[in-house]
Design a protein around this ligand. Structure first.
Ligand code: OAD
Length: 229
């Protein structure tokens, strides 16, 4: 089976009703996202950080995967598909994709502030001050914040190197190291970049830029890829 590797970002979930980070000026209650999603913010004002993610988690319990997520899940009938997402939602999984790496963490999980191996799945939206791990320490969102290491990056690089086809969907490609993944993809393989604001990425061979929404472009592209076999 050929291997398709997909790097997705916030635009993937936009048509499900989840706002992207940079389309609406990247502010939350007049804070820059980088100021909320950081270890410094957590030190200074953990209640505010919890509230930021609580609002996102609450919304996640209310939204559904869109046609783009569903199309990618269909690819598994004929390809080995690996999704590497910057998104912290679970919409790829809920659409049926089985191989999903979350580079920036997962909204529906919390983790201990004393032991990073203690990770808990949340079945409710609210994480509060006073919610603790089994060692008695405050729980934090299981999110990779600005300035923190991206634990699955090495794995993502290894996967990118093995791709026969590579897709980038709905990401502004400005946050590293995720945006650098494209440079590990074999030069000669077909690549697609689906994003209404996709720009022409310089120095990347065989890249077809599709300036459309994921929910429009992906069902068609997936049909073509399934026909091409
Ligand atoms: P951005 O908000 O930077 O970019 C979203 C991209 O989605 C933009 O290029 C839009 O043009 C595109 N877009 C909007 N609607 C779309 C649609 N219907 N179909 C396809 N594309 C669409 O989000 P990311 O690139 O994902 O990190 O941001 C990367 C990281 O920065 C996030 O994972 C997050 C953020 O801060 C952390 O929280 C650590």
């Amino acid at each position: 089976m050929k291997r398709i590797v997909i790097l997705s970002g916030a635009g993937m979930s936009a048509e499900s009703g989840i706002s992207t980070f940079r389309d609406s000026n990247g502010l939350w209650q007049n804070h820059r996202i980088e100021e909320v999603a950081s270890p410094e913010a957590w030190q200074k004002n953990p209640a505010m950080v919890l509230e930021f993610y609580n609002q996102r988690r609450k919304q996640l319990f209310e939204v559904e995967p869109n046609e783009g997520h569903k199309a990618l899940a269909k690819l598994e009938s004929a390809y080995h598909v690996q999704i590497i997402t910057q998104n912290v939602d679970d919409l790829h999984e809920r659409a049926g994709s089985t191989q999903v790496i979350h580079l920036h963490g997962e909204l529906k999980k919390a983790r201990s502030t004393v032991d990073p191996n203690l990770i808990y799945t949340l079945n409710h939206w609210e994480l509060k001050l006073g919610d603790t791990c089994e060692k008695g320490s405050q729980l934090r969102p299981h999110i990779v914040w600005f300035g923190e290491a991206v634990p699955f990056m090495d794995k993502a690089v290894s996967i990118a190197k093995t791709a026969d086809i590579f897709m980038v969907v709905g990401t502004s490609m400005v946050v590293y190291p995720a945006a650098g993944l494209i440079h590990y993809v074999p030069r000669n393989i077909p690549k697609y970049y689906i994003d209404p604001k996709a720009f022409h990425v310089h120095g990347i061979e065989n890249m077809q830029v599709i300036q459309q929404k994921a929910g429009n472009a992906l069902p068609k592209l997936v049909n073509d890829l399934l026909k091409d076999l």
